[in-house]
Design a protein. Structure first.
Length: 407
């Protein structure tokens, strides 16, 4: 009996040791692969870092961009990764060297399966030596020959097989794209927690033919040709007040239920920037970060900024939750009002702002002078991924704003 008791105690000790020896995902470099359309794979790189015994943080890499993720929860063999600001999250189960799960955007009912593998540093696997170099400027057309056609400016740099760059459009840029040239095949991708982008193309001489995949819900064909002189229309010429309107106006609720409008005392005799945006929108996030940084460095009691949020969250409560998340994470001090929820449809957005010819882009910024007159409407936002264009924007913004403030 005594020997049996000792044996039982030994087993209990063994099992308790096994329980304490909890399996956790490995620290270090991983590659995630999202399953998009046409059996294509959209990869992105990330690094897991352990901050305490069972707490992790994460860095997501897209070319020069590093996104720090500090909302990562582990429960048993389940893992949830929520990127900063955006609603989308990664959820799945893990072993030491593998994660299997889904990229989920609940408000849009979108689910993209993915797997992640530890120890793989390659984003795309290169099988063949590059036979083309895409460095330079490209004039691109997406959805050519359809009512949904639009132009874009490709800006790329290639070293060996490594390719980085972006596409600029009249509504903003397609983020930090990171990829390779494999023979004559271009593959570049970006993932930021809001959008999952993959571009594939065959490059021949000075032309390319390809497909743009957004998650597993959308794909657009595109063609492009080299054109060092190509430029998109001015961002300040695309959106304007319709004939018969001489003022911009709005009246929407804040998180406390108060109605805020341009007639409020806080806006009178001041320069006002009205930002049309959404918390789900990466270009809007870039612009919001720019505004927050600019206001911190250039405080002025004669300047006000107010944002009008067009949210696809299904309820006002969900929309304001996303708004508060953005404000908390980025440090937004200016008011963000809820203009629309349940959809980000631009035609419906234009219905809320009937004085505009259209709402072409999130974001769009209206510059209003001290007399209440609209002096400029800037469509879209060219963020840090556009390099020189972003630097040019910052200079023009500062000069124009100082002009309005001095009047």
């Amino acid at each position: 009996m005594k020997k049996l008791s000792l044996f039982t105690l030994s087993l209990l000790f063994l099992f308790s040791c096994e329980e304490r020896k909890k399996v956790l995902p490995s620290e270090g470099v991983w590659v995630a692969e999202l399953e998009v359309m046409d059996n294509e794979i959209l990869p992105f790189n990330f690094k897991l870092m352990k901050s305490t015994a069972e707490r992790f943080s994460m860095e997501i890499y897209n070319a020069e961009e590093v996104i720090l993720v500090d909302e990562l929860k582990i429960n048993g063999d389940s893992i949830m990764i929520r990127t900063p600001v955006f609603e989308g999250y990664l959820a799945g189960t893990f072993s030491e060297n593998k994660i299997e799960g889904k990229f989920i955007k609940e408000s849009l009912d979108r689910i993209v399966p993915f797997t992640a593998t530890f120890g793989k540093a390659e984003r795309f696997r290169v099988k063949n030596k590059a036979t083309a170099n895409v460095s330079g400027i490209w004039e691109a057309e997406f959805n050519g020959g359809t009512d949904d056609a639009y132009m874009a400016k490709g800006i790329f740099a290639q070293v060996g097989s490594k390719v980085t760059g972006t596409f600029r459009t009249t509504t903003g840029d397609y983020r930090y794209l990171d990829g390779v040239m494999d023979g004559d095949s271009l593959k570049i991708s970006a993932f930021d927690g809001a959008h999952a982008f993959l571009f594939t193309a065959q490059v021949l001489d000075s032309t390319m033919n390809g497909i743009f995949y957004s998650g597993n819900h959308s794909k657009e064909p595109f063609t492009a040709k080299r054109n060092d002189n190509f430029e998109l229309p001015s961002e300040d010429s695309l959106t304007f007040l319709k004939e018969g309107y001489n003022k911009f106006a709005f009246s929407f609720h804040d998180a406390s239920g108060n109605i805020v409008s341009l007639d409020d005392d806080r806006f009178k005799s001041k320069v006002v920037l009205v930002q049309i945006m959404g918390t789900w929108c990466p270009n809007c996030l870039d612009e919001t970060k720019f505004f927050v940084n600019y206001l911190t460095k250039n405080p002025n009691e004669d300047l006000e900024v107010v944002a009008l949020a067009f949210e696809y969250a299904k309820t006002p409560e969900g929309a304001f939750k996303s708004i508060e998340r953005l404000k908390d994470r980025i440090g937004v001090k200016y008011p963000i009002l809820l203009a629309q929820y349940g959809t980000s449809d631009k035609d419906k957005a234009q219905g809320k702002l009937p004085m505009l010819n259209h709402v072409l882009s999130y974001p769009t910024t209206i510059f209003i002078d001290k007399k209440g007159e609209v002096r400029k409407i800037h469509t879209g936002f060219n963020g840090p991924a556009t390099g020189e264009k972003y630097i040019e924007f910052q200079t023009e913004f500062d000069e124009f704003l100082k002009q309005l403030l001095s009047e």
